[in-house]
Design a protein around this ligand. Sequence first.
Ligand SMILES: C[S@@+](CC[C@H](N)C(=O)[O-])C[C@H]1O[C@@H](n2cnc3c(N)ncnc32)[C@H](O)[C@@H]1O
Length: 237
Amino acid sequence: MSDYWRNKFEGRTEGGHRYRSEQWFKKSVQEHLFHIGEQANRQNVLVDIGCGAAELTVYYAPFFKKIYGFDFSSSMLQAAQKRVDSFNIDNIELIQGDACDFAEKIKTADIIISTQVVQFLSYEQLGRHLDESLKILNPKGSIFIFWIIDPKTEWLWDIGYLSDNKIGLPQLILRLLFRQKQIISRKLQRKPGTTELGYSHAKEKIKAICSSKNLEVEFSNALYLEYRYNASIKRKA
Ligand SMILES: C[S@@+](CC[C@H](N)C(=O)[O-])C[C@H]1O[C@@H](n2cnc3c(N)ncnc32)[C@H](O)[C@@H]1O
């Protein structure tokens, strides 16, 4: 079952952003840097888990001493290396690794981020990702999980209710029924996640997982994505 997402991303060379423009990538990183705040500085090491093709990673480079980009997909990492080279960046190192098993490959991190990645982790795997992160995270370091899919709004997005176009009630009902059919057939086929976008994660469950690991978490809405939110996580004082 866990190979499902690995297979999905093997051969892919882009992260599947809503817009594929450099402006969008830059804006997204600016949103994330806002949350990282003063911890984005040239003394700190950033780890980008599930960095994909480094579409965003390259824009963090000027703000950190060193960046490690991890991804389990070799095709994504090849695309990432090409992009890093084309930007002439020398402080990004790309490493093949799993979000639940990467700590042995680096010594310490000040900031650990992931963007559109935990949607490919179950709650149990998310817990393991946090355990792994804590092995290398500096005592005052932070974990930022960006763009988590919110189960409260994901379905509204999926049926088109949150789109800019007006959609009538009958069409919304039809789309809702179609979605339910898709979800059931996905379950019968034993595919992970709610849809091909992956799992959605409830804030209260993430809070409970963090609390069980003596971590505190703060949530914020994603700036540009209506059905997603961010989690800023650090050790309890
Ligand atoms: C939707 S893409 C996002 C890429 C990048 N973070 C971005 O925003 O441009 C998800 C990435 O996470 C990677 N990924 C998914 N699950 C992973 C896991 N368990 N371990 C490592 N990488 C993973 C995929 O290979 C893919 O490159």
